[in-house]
Design a protein around this ligand. Structure first.
Ligand code: ADP
Length: 375
């Protein structure tokens, strides 16, 4: 029989309480302890019986001495998990130590107080999920950064290659010309040919550098449009003429006038045309101009390399190139610039293509676009 006072006190405590003898026998417990550990009664039970129904926080078995160590000097707090009730329990074990404390005729070894920690666990679970989300986000950011670094490195190597090739060849030609000139061997036709090759190479270098500057300006939002009324057909024709080739034919289905910045139109047309030439297998290229309602429509069609539909989106991204059978110079900026310029002017660009049969790029831009400055 318990002393009535002790019984009244442990029943009044809102936590579960178990009192052990020095050898680990249960001397007293309250109803909350039975509920927490899932026992009908703890009478005649020992600390081993209780320990067997529980695990430590990490799921490993719990020894009776860990559970309650009557010989320990300091009170201890630790978490356990009841296999019977599935509850997480915070244990506060207070050894009585060397003092002699009696409960009835028995010596007391330890007084243990338990509280259920569902709230803590719930919060821990929430914190854990938040932590996992943050970690995932950070890993995603890290992946993006690594991808961006790779794109930058690829770009640097592509750009250096593209810039170096014409420079190396011009350097080589200059050496030969110098020697021939010194020995009086240079003829007029040879000189003319050299000037035209150098002109082309300088033009290529110039457009590469222009492309890089355009991209830098686009990403810094420094592009301003100076729109004025213009004849779109005339602007396209002047770009077609710049390429000095019979390969391109221009069909103006309707005369189209509108408000645009002529430099932007040049950028769009010259990039699409230089791609049609690069990837067009020397076959005819058709440029058409028409308008439908408020839209001017420019189409550039070639009958060359073609593009796999799975790459339709990719080719408009910055520095993206598609490895093709033919080896063609480029740094993957042309279509990115065209798309940005077209969209910044209220328009859209799309592509239809079949691998090996050629491609048609269609640009739709409004005849009048209110927002002339682009940020
Ligand atoms: P670049 O020509 O410098 O590679 P672009 O941005 O102009 O860069 O084009 C991106 C990619 O799209 C090219 O590398 C090429 O694979 C593909 N592409 C562009 N235009 C054509 C075309 N007319 N025919 C086939 N492929 C094309």
């Amino acid at each position: 029989m318990l002393e009535p006072l002790v019984e009244a006190v442990i029943s009044a405590i809102p936590n579960a309480v178990v009192i052990f003898s020095p050898n680990g026998t249960v001397l007293a417990s309250n109803s909350k302890a039975l509920e927490l550990f899932g026992f009908d009664s703890l009478e005649d039970k020992s600390v081993d019986d209780l320990a067997r129904t529980c695990t430590q926080e990490d799921g490993t078995p719990i020894s009776s001495s860990t559970f309650v160590s009557p010989l320990a000097n300091e009170p201890r707090k630790f978490m356990i998990h009841s296999k019977k009730t599935g509850k997480w329990i915070l244990v506060c074990a207070s050894p009585v130590g060397s003092q002699s404390v009696q409960l009835g005729k028995n010596n007391v070894g330890a007084i243990t107080v338990y509280s259920e920690k569902t709230e803590i666990i719930k919060n821990l679970g929430k914190l854990n999920r938040e932590l996992q989300q943050k970690t995932k986000y950070q890993l995603d950011v890290q992946d993006h950064l690594l991808e961006a670094i790779k794109i930058r490195d690829d770009f640097i190597s592509m750009a250096s290659h593209e810039l170096k090739t014409p420079i190396t060849s011009m350097k080589f030609q200059v050496e030969i010309v110098k020697r021939k000139h010194q020995s009086g061997q240079l003829t007029r036709p040879q000189l003319d040919k050299l000037f035209s090759t150098w002109g082309e190479q300088l033009e290529r270098l110039n457009s590469l550098i222009d492309g890089m500057l355009d991209v830098a300006a686009l990403s810094e939002g420094q592009v301003k449009s100076e729109a004025c009324e213009m004849d779109l057909g005339e602007a396209i024709r002047s770009q077609v003429d710049r390429f000095y080739t019979e390969q391109i034919s221009f069909i103006e289905k309707k005369e189209v006038t509108g408000f645009w910045d002529v430099r932007k139109i040049d950028q769009i047309v010259s990039n699409l045309l230089s791609n049609a030439i690069k990837y067009g297998h020397q076959k005819p290229i058709e440029v058409t101009l028409s308008h439908e309602g408020i839209w001017a429509i420019i189409e550039v069609t070639d009958h060359g390399e073609g593009i796999d539909p799975e790459n339709f989106e990719k080719i408009f991204r910055r520095f993206e190139r598609v490895q093709s059978g033919i080896s063609v110079g480029g740094i993957g900026l042309g279509l990115y610039i065209v798309k940005q310029v077209v969209e910044n002017n209220g328009g859209s660009i799309s592509v239809k293509s079949k691998k090996g049969e050629g491609s048609t790029f269609t640009v739709k831009i409004p005849l009048h676009y209110e927002n002339h400055s682009v940020n």
